[in-house]
Design a protein around this ligand. Structure first.
Ligand code: SF4
Length: 715
């Protein structure tokens, strides 16, 4: 590494939802030459390999987009900002004039800064007047957001990462935290090392590196874990392991339509007696019972999950059930006891969920479909009553389908790569061809191949903004150097577009700080209130957790208990998102998805991430050390499957699913489960999403990337 460091700066890693604090060392020429974990941040100095190589990423200048480009005669050619932006504005204007506001759309990202997503959402919903605002967080955490909202009346977790230091049982389901949230996992392991009573239960069809550290490892059959959660609830109720006091005081039961009694809930669970579900689930009744006992009776149980539950056709129900297990047992509202959905992306929570930048949402937990919520936002934004449409816009999948169907004619895609990340991706590519698409990114991507206008974006510390990670913690990323080449921040591009479309007065906050102050004031009209997080304060602090209503408020680590500014005096627990102050335990039946193995499709495919690559690899493939660690994309299978299909390490296989076919190389590992093949999605030369099903949860519209039935043949 070069040096020496002229000055260290506090910052935040730009990759995942752990939101690690990092210290960035810049030399006297503003070159980032050193990165280390920030000892004072919540991650206590621990970072993973991706974060430790942020300096390499920022120096990959040869791969950066530096000038705007416009498609002419089928080719992207360099253009001025004026030429490119006038073309984008003209295409959006003409589409709106000829086909109405719903003929245009915005597709954003959980990696844009809060100020950028807030501005895009405001411009499209409040200015242009379309709810066609969605983005890649639909693919990663929509089910968790709906799950929390249905159970507690408010999105975002009740607890925090600090709970790890107090938990006695960890229930880890659908999360390979060892690879995908490494500092979180290291904290779990430290907790276990310090306290021999700590038990780790891991539920995952794959024997991941996380599962290898479990006291109990439950290799469930893909797509069946609803059976496990309902069976655990059955044991908890029937063996009287639930907290009677907590149930009576703080819970109501619901069948999805109306309130039901505890007895009705108990009767619903009769079908889920462990002995009845064990065979389909692939886990013995005895193990289900033991795990339920640990969950219910430990001093404090913390659950951790991520895409393994969210990216599922029953994603919302799975999230409901996780919350329910904590409510029934009273394993919540105390240190170390909490249900925690870990977000994949760096700013999916703060940037997209909290700003309401999805097609059904409005900022700070409001819903497009609720008239009073629309009215509140219209008032706060100073726009005429009725300006915000009452129908949700297109979600990620229906948006790209609408592009296929030529209903959406102009789309702005910022900081994301749907031509690689969408499931059943080949189905959606024709729409990207047909639509006028403006793509904004720092690098060329699979999606930029379909751009009509390609705009170079400033990257990370070349601009200022705020990230909000998994545990409601907002952290400031300061601008430490000028954008590379002619690139501009996404916020500058949005402000420019707003002005060209005639919304310059409406998008009145033009700089990151101005947007922050506007949004901070906006938040004070909600239970997300972070009015106390001034820019000056964020520049000093290692992040603050909302609610944080005043400048002297320390932030709220745990919600719904005293210390949370919205809990009325004298209440020990209060779920203020619900009219009766009680959280809801839902009856959620197990419904098998379409993707089920049979004689024609005898094997499951499940997809995910690896530690050294970030999502579609746009940034991490530029870093040699990360690339060499991951190697190229490949299918990973158990030796039994390799024997069954008569393939060996390095062979090329053809994989078929109901959606398509692709070829790829095989790798063989004892750590995979027989009958389940794993593939990561970072490599565009290994387009796994050509075969991944686009079946999705009917409530959250989040696709199921985890369960696709496949057939394999030798190439
Ligand atoms: Fe960055 Fe996530 Fe790694 Fe932390 S765990 S260093 S936030 S990629």
């Amino acid at each position: 590494k070069e040096g020496p460091v002229a000055k260290w700066h506090k910052s935040v890693c730009r990759y995942c939802g752990t939101g690690c604090g990092v210290m960035l060392g810049l030399d006297k020429n503003e070159k980032l030459v050193r990165v280390r974990g920030d000892q004072e941040a919540h991650n206590k100095g621990v970072i993973c390999i991706k974060g430790s190589l942020l300096d390499e990423l920022m120096e990959k200048k040869e791969a950066r987009l530096t000038t705007p480009k416009i498609r002419k005669n089928g080719k992207l050619v360099e253009a001025s900002w004026e030429e490119a932006m006038s073309l984008v504005a003209e295409k959006f204007k003409s589409s709106i004039e000829e086909n109405g506001p719903n003929s245009v759309a915005y597709y954003g990202s959980g990696q844009l800064y809060i100020e950028e997503s807030y501005t895009a959402n405001k411009l499209f919903k409040g200015g242009i007047g379309t709810n066609n605002v969605d983005g890649n967080p639909r693919l990663c955490m929509a089910s968790a957001a709906v799950g929390y909202t249905q159970t507690f009346g408010k999105d975002e977790p009740a607890g925090c990462f600090d709970d790890i230091d107090h938990a006695e049982t960890f229930f880890v389901i659908g999360s390979n935290a060892y690879e995908c949230h490494p500092p979180v996992w290291e904290r779990v392991m430290r907790r276990k090392a310090a306290n021999p009573k700590v038990k780790i239960i891991v539920v995952d069809p794959r024997r991941t590196k996380t599962a290898q550290h479990a006291d109990y490892y439950l290799p469930v059959v893909p797509g069946t874990d609803m059976l496990l959660l309902n069976a655990m609830a059955h044991v908890i109720i029937n063996d009287r392991l639930y907290s009677e006091e907590y149930v009576n005081k703080y819970i109501s039961f619901n069948d999805g339509k109306a309130e039901v009694s505890f007895e009705e809930y108990k009767a619903f669970l009769e079908d889920y007696e462990p002995e009845k579900v064990a065979a389909e689930l692939g886990i013995s009744a005895q193990i289900i019972r033991e795990v339920a006992y640990y969950f219910a009776t430990s001093k404090a149980t913390m659950s951790l999950w991520t895409m393994g539950l969210n990216q599922r056709v029953q994603g919302v129900f799975l999230n409901n059930n996780m919350n329910s297990l904590h409510l029934l047992t009273g394993q919540i509202n105390k240190k170390g006891a909490t249900p925690m959905s870990m977000t994949g992306q760096s700013n999916a929570c703060g940037g997209v969920r909290d700003t309401g930048s999805l097609s059904h949402l409005l900022p700070n937990g409001r819903l497009v479909a609720k008239a009073e919520h629309r009215a509140e936002v219209e008032k706060l934004w100073g726009i005429p009553a009725g300006k915000i449409q009452e129908k949700p816009g297109y979600n990620a999948l229906s948006l790209f389908q609408a592009m296929n169907d030529e209903k959406v004619k102009a789309t702005l895609v910022m900081c994301t790569n749907p031509a690689q990340s969408l499931p059943n991706v080949a189905h959606y590519l024709p729409g990207m061809e047909k639509t006028f698409m403006c793509v904004v990114d720092a690098f060329e991507t699979e999606t930029s191949k379909y751009a009509d206008v390609l705009l170079p974006a400033a990257l990370y510390i070349e601009k200022e903004g705020t990230y909000g990670q998994t545990e409601r913690r907002y952290q400031l990323i300061q601008k430490l150097r000028e954008p590379y080449g002619d690139s501009r921040s996404d916020l500058d591009i949005l402000v420019d577009l707003a002005e060209r479309l005639g919304y310059g007065d409406f998008i009145k906050s033009k700089t990151s700080k101005e947007v922050w102050d506007e949004y901070r004031e906006f938040s004070s009209h909600s239970k997300y209130n972070f009015m106390g997080m001034t820019r000056e304060r964020l520049a000093k602090e290692r992040g603050l957790q909302w609610p944080c209503p005043t400048e002297d408020h320390p932030g709220t680590a745990r919600r719904y208990i005293p210390g949370d500014p919205f809990v009325p005096e004298g209440k020990e627990v209060y779920f203020y998102g619900k009219p009766n102050g009680k959280a809801t335990v839902f009856m959620r039946p197990y419904l098998r998805g379409n993707e089920k193995t049979d004689a024609n499709m005898p094997t499951y495919l499940t997809t995910g991430r690896v530690v050294s690559q970030w999502h579609t690899g746009t940034m991490t493939r530029e870093v040699a050390e990360l690339n060499s660690q991951s190697g190229p994309g490949r299918f990973v299978m158990h030796p039994q499957d390799a024997a069954h299909y008569q393939v060996k390490e390095g062979d090329v296989i053809i994989v078929n699913s109901s959606r398509g076919e692709m070829k790829g190389t095989v790798s063989i590992s004892e750590n995979e489960t027989p009958g389940v093949v794993f593939a990561a999605f970072y490599d565009p030369e290994f387009m796994i999403n050509d075969v991944v099903s686009d079946d999705h949860d009917p409530i959250s519209f989040q696709p199921d990337y985890k369960v696709t039935a496949i057939n394999i043949s030798k190439s």
